[in-house]
Design a protein around this ligand. Structure first.
Ligand SMILES: [Zn+2]
Length: 240
């Protein structure tokens, strides 16, 4: 599994729970057929049922998110460029989900980022971090789009984002580890987590560089400040 999901909580228009007619697909149009959708329910256990609502219009938000990045960062640094390539492989999904418990149902829009079978977990987390920024910066516009899709976002979101990223020239974005890795046998960086896809193919020589990297850049680990290109546009990706 892996990957991350950024959740935005709110209420839904009850009409989304009904069987609804939506815009026909290209083929349905040719054959004069109608297109209907309805929520899918899945019982997880006696106390919890998941309700997925496919709202095809929400897929437009994927392009809008990429447009936001382009607009905010007219010139990508090398780490951002790698993240954009990750986004280009269509790893982002957006849908409305409800979790029904005995006494309440919680509704949210889920912005999901695939970890690509464990190869791109850091990129997936950066995706969530940037959705958080996007919603903060373009809140009114997004509230409108959500509302048009039957979703009213709550004003108070628990959006504490405690992930910090550092761009590296060769390995793309690194995420600052929550705690130092104490295992002496561990060959990677003790302070930074990289996408596995960037580490594949490293030889021993490269791994020994990780020790230098930790020595040279510990101050970024200690600072717990995000230096991604949106949080800190002036930051130049670090060399190894
Ligand atoms: Zn950041």
């Amino acid at each position: 599994m892996g990957g991350t999901a950024y959740l935005v909580y709110g209420n839904i228009d009850p009409v989304l729970l009904e069987k609804r007619e939506i815009k026909p697909t290209f083929l349905q149009k040719i054959f004069g057929k109608k297109n209907f959708i309805q929520p899918k329910e899945m019982k997880v256990d006696d106390n919890r049922t998941i309700i997925d609502i496919n709202q095809p219009e929400l897929n437009n938000l994927v392009d809008l998110f990429q447009g936001f990045i382009k607009k905010t960062l007219p010139k990508y640094n090398s780490a951002t460029q790698q993240f954009i390539e990750y986004l280009d492989i269509k790893i982002m999904s957006i849908f409305i989900r409800g979790e029904r418990f005995k006494d309440k149902t919680e509704w949210y829009i889920q912005f999901g980022f695939s970890g690509c079978a464990g190869m791109a977990e850091v990129s997936a987390e950066l995706g969530s971090h940037w959705v958080n920024k996007w919603i903060a910066i373009e809140k009114n516009n997004l509230l409108n789009i959500f509302a048009k899709n039957g979703f009213q976002m709550f004003d108070n979101q628990n959006s504490n984002d405690e992930s910090y990223f550092i761009p590296f020239e060769k390995y793309g974005y690194a995420k600052i580890q929550n705690t130092e890795i104490m295992d002496e046998e561990y060959e990677g960086s003790k302070y930074f987590e990289f996408d596995q896809s960037c580490l594949e193919g490293l030889d021993e020589n490269d791994y020994s560089k990780m020790k230098n990297l930790d020595k040279n850049y510990k101050k970024y680990y200690d600072s717990k400040k995000c230096c991604c290109q949106i949080c800190n546009p002036e930051f130049v990706p670090l060399k190894i």
